[in-house]
Design a protein around this ligand. Sequence first.
Ligand code: FES
Ligand code: FES
Length: 212
Amino acid sequence: MRKKRKLKSEAGALTRRDFLKGAGVTVSGGLLATGAVTTAQAAAQEGVVGPGPVPITLRINGRVHRLSLEPRITLLDALRDHLNITGSKKVCDRATCGACTMLMDKKPVYACTVLAIEAEGHDITTIESLTENGRLSPVMEAFWKNDAQQCGFCTPGFVMACTAFLEKNPNPTLEQIEKGLGGNLCRCGTYAGIRRAVLEAAKAMKGGQANG
Ligand code: FES
Ligand code: FES
């Protein structure tokens, strides 16, 4: 199993506390300098990485990408700024709107608040993977047919959230759809179209007729 790498900030707090506890004396400038050395040594011993770039391997839509990134880089920024995979949008950048939603091991995550380094060893799926030879996925097609977008900024996130939702709930009620998609916001207010699209996609995925 993949060994979790520690970030420098995690180890720094622990080691500073340990150092001050162990010292048990008045903290002077000299002691702080000694403490910094101790922190760096302890960080190296504990396998702490950063703050400079480190090798990070990401598996995105079935393809392996090797990168060199600072551990503070989010999964969203790694894809958008370093791999030119820009389907997932950056809107709030603080786990509020869901525009950046992608799937990690088939579960929806806000990619703006997952670090790229934390995504190592997981399967990442983005909106780019949902079309095959120019053919839209059932969820995408239902969005298009039901006018479930206006400006489109929230749409990739909603499509990914709906895809994961239908995987878990193939026969959803309207109430379940409202609750299940509560983590995504549409500032244009296309919720009615999105709910219709989810119902239609559910039907299409079972081989039923779309409402058209
Ligand atoms: S951009 Fe990630 S939740 Fe809004
Ligand atoms: S379509 Fe504009 S934010 Fe949803």
